[in-house]
Design a protein around this ligand. Sequence first.
Ligand code: GDP
Length: 522
Amino acid sequence: MDDMTLIPEHATTQGTLPRRTFAIISHPDAGKTTLTEKLLLFGGAIHEAGMVKARRERRNTRSDWMAIERQRGISVTSSVMTFTWHDVVFNLLDTPGHQDFSEDTYRTLTAVDAAVMVIDAARGIEAQTLKLFEVCRLRDIPIITFINKIDREGQDPFTLLDEIASTLALDVCPMVWPIGMGGLFRGCWNIAEHRPIGRVSPEGEVFAPVTVPPEQMAEVQDAIELTGAYPAFDETAFRAGHLTPVLFGSALKDYGVVELLAMLSQFAPAPTTQRAEPHPVAASDPSVTGFVFKVQANMDPNHRDRIAFTRICSGRFQRGMKLFHVRAGKTMAIQAPIFFFARDRSLAEEAWPGDIIGIPNHGSLRVGDTLTEGEPLRFTGIPSFAPEILRRIILADPMRAKQLRRALEDLAEEGVAQIFRPMLGADWIVGVVGALQLDVLAARIDTEYKIPIRFEASPYTTARWITSTDPKRLKDFIDANQSTMGLDRDDSPVFLARDTWSLRYAQERAPEIHFSATHETS
Ligand code: GDP
C-alpha cells in the first residue's frame, strides 16, 4: 500500500474516546462531497478544501476500471474517513452517490449507527434520497437532516419541512432556521438557544453574526414562532428513527456545520447493539466481534489481494490478534489491519466498537462474514438482494472457462454482481440490482482478468431464492422447473423468472415453496 503511514498515536490516545459511526445519504449534487470536506476540515483531518475530490482523482488513476467513475463523475466505491472533533471520534462511511441502488450502499448502511441526510434546498427530496432513506428506515437508523445551499434561492423552509414529513412519514423538528435565503441570506438562527449563529470557519474563527435588518428579523421571528407547531425534539423518537432534527445550512459557506457536528456528538447513538444469532451483541461485550460489510479489491489491479472492511462491534481489538472466521470455521491472525483517515491509511494497533478496520486477505473474507474470539456467532441483516437485471455471459474463448469462473467468483465475493449457474445450459447468468454494476463488472473482467466476454440478453428478468420446510416438495419443485432453475454461488437454489407473470404463476402453483427477494448466507 503506497500511502501507508504509521501513526501510532491514534491508537494510544483515541481508544477511550466516544465513537460516532455514520454515513451521509443524498442525491448527487446536493453537496455531500462539500459537506464531507467541511467535516474533515473541522476535524483537522485535512487542511484545505478540494482534498476529498483530489484524493478521488488520485485514486482513480490507480486502476483502470475506476475510469467508469471518472467518466461519469460519480463515486462507485465507498470508503471510510475517520476524524476527531471535540474529543469524539467520528467514523464517516462514504456511500456511493450514483443513481443506481447498489448492494454496496445498503451494506455500508448496515455498518453505521446514524445517517445525515443532505437535501438541496432548491430541489427538496430527490429520487436517490428517498431510496437511501428507505434503506435507513429498514434498519431504523436515526437520521439528522441537513438542508443545504440556503445561501442560494431555495424553496420555502416550511414547504421543505412539510415535504420531508409527508414523503418520508417522519416527524420533523427544525433546530436551525435560515435567516433569509439566496440574495437575502444573512445567516442562521439556533431555535433552541434563541440566538443567531455566526459563521465559524473550519480553523475555529468565529465571525460575528451579520446584522439583520429589523424588518427581516421580525419575519424570521414570526416564522420561528410557527415552527412551534412541529413536535419538540425528542431523543427517544430520534433514536428510534421516527423523528428527524432538521438543520438549514450551507456546507459551502460554513453555516450549520458546527451545529451538525454538535448534534452528532450529543444525540447520535454510540455504537449500538448489533443483531446476531444466537444472540445480539452489545458494544460493551468484552470479547472482540466484528462483521465484514464491504470487500474491495486492492487499488492495484496487478495484485489480487483484497481489503475486507470490518466493523468492530464489541471488545478491544488489537493488532496481531487471532480471530475466528465463523463461516470458514478457521482462525486467522490479523497481522496488518488498516485504519482509514481522510488521506492516509495506517496500521491499526487497536480498534474499538464502532471503528472500521480493513483486513487484507486473498479472498477468504466475504461480505457478511463474522469474526469473533471463538464464539460461533453470526451477525444478521446483511442480505443479498434479488437482481433486477439478468444477463448471460458469452465467453469469446471457450478455453478460458475456468478463468472466467474464477473471475466471476472473485467479483461476486466482492458484491460487484451475483452469479447464477442455470441447471440446464452452460453459460453463466449474472445478476445486478443497478445497470451501473454491469458496466463495472464488464470493465473489471476486461482490465483485471483480461478475459474477453460480452453480455447477451437472458430469458430471465428476476430471481427468487426458494426454500421450503418440506425438503421433498422443494426437490420436486426444482425437478419440475429445471429450465428456470439455477444455483447461486453458495449452491442455494434460485428460481429464475422470465417475467413477473410467470413468477406469480409459479408461486400460486406451489404454495409450499417460499420465494424470497433477499437472501442471507449462513
Ligand atoms: P455531491 O454530488 O452531493 O457530492 O455534491 P458536491 O458537494 O460535489 O456539490 C455539488 C455542487 O454544489 C458543487 O458545485 C458545490 O460547490 C455546490 N455546493 C455544495 N454545497 C453548497 C452550498 O452550501 N451552497 C452553494 N451555493 N453551493 C453548494
